[in-house]
Design a protein around this ligand. Sequence first.
Ligand code: GLC
Length: 458
Amino acid sequence: MPFKKMLFLLVVVLALVVPALSQSLLRVETDAQKAERMKWWTEARFGMFIHWGLYALPARHEWVKNYEHITDEEYQKYFEVYNPDLFNPKEWARMARNAGMKYFVITAKHHEGFCLWDSKFTDYKSTKTPYGKDLLKQVVQAFREEGLKVGFYYSLLDWHHPEYTVDRNHPMYNNEEFRKKAGTRDMQKYREYLFNQVREILTEFGTIDCLFLDYSFPKGKDGKGRKDWDSEKLLNMVRELQPNIIVNDRLDLDDVPGGWDFKTPEQFIPREWITVNGKKVPWETCQTFSDSWGYYRDEEGWKSPQQLVALLVETVSKGGNLLLNVGPTSRGTFDERAKERLQEMGNWMKLHNRSIYGCTQAPPEFKAPDNSLLTYNPQTKRLYIHVLTWPLGNLFLNGFAGKIKYAQLLHDGSEVQFGKADRPFQNKLDTIGSETVILKLPVKKPGPVMPVIELILN
Ligand code: GLC
């Protein structure tokens, strides 16, 4: 065969084989398809995270088993007395809805390995405790009835499963004897369990809208990542079972097309809208009221209602979602401090949700005035100024001249007059340019924890 022909054939074969080899299992959508699938989620902006498990009994962090190096035998006492006698999922769901939350994500299983549902693949589950019933079913039903979308958190880590290999996050990592005995553990068997359980929670509870898989730590010594979870295969199964599901980014598939739907900054708000390869991506910050995720009796650093509203607003002002966590007690109730805060957020949301739902970052031509945060609704083209520190009468909007048709306080729909400086010397002393609009606000701060001014634009 002539050399040229051979070369041509080789190129053809490579062109066919290489993409097939490197092709991932995962479905890859166009940006528009992905945006459409995630539309309800992006518009919702506000959800409830629920961390509930045996760790509610010690009430000193959901990582207590790890932090205190508690053995399975010792930890068993929590399983044996677990009986949330005051559990009322309808009340939980009502509190979430009243707070303005549109979806929720609950820990079907956290790192400790305890399952809130009647899994076929383990006895380490709520139905085998004194409580005796499936908790997850009741929660799902109650929240669905209140109109919230359903999400599951499922821990990839498992500190109870007998085949889960001991990694650096395992409670017994520093126990030589334990590690020696655990040397025969077979991760393949754990993987089967993981696949079985994920399949189970995605088939036994109807439509599941979101899935939060937690988490990977591939870097450094004795970590775990995509190989350990067989991440691509797992995610592929998830998408086959629930084609519209929205999945987080903790499978260690950051660089794999279709490997995640949104980024999950935990306990912090990024300084700007998160970008990947220069493109803005969907993101959701998960946050706690205090510090830990599970119920922690003695924790005192609770955020104030004002801080929590600001957290939600700042998140939306950067194009993100907020997943705010509650850690119910072992009796199945929300802590009074959580109830108060949900109530306060609900009071605010009732009058101000127009500045949250369906809103996002303001177009770059609008710069936030001093001490305030902007959100924008691209459908209605309204701009919202959230005033963090109430000014003394004037709020200066630089570059807004000619852009505002009408302005009002959102909570009571009362007009906010605007114009140019009205004190004769102010213009001279302050060099207020003609591009600046001045909102004339009452000196006394209005009632809401964070007042909002709604601008109807020209
Ligand atoms: C972390 C923690 C965990 C918590 C989660 C929430 O990965 O291990 O306790 O559930 O973040 O995002």
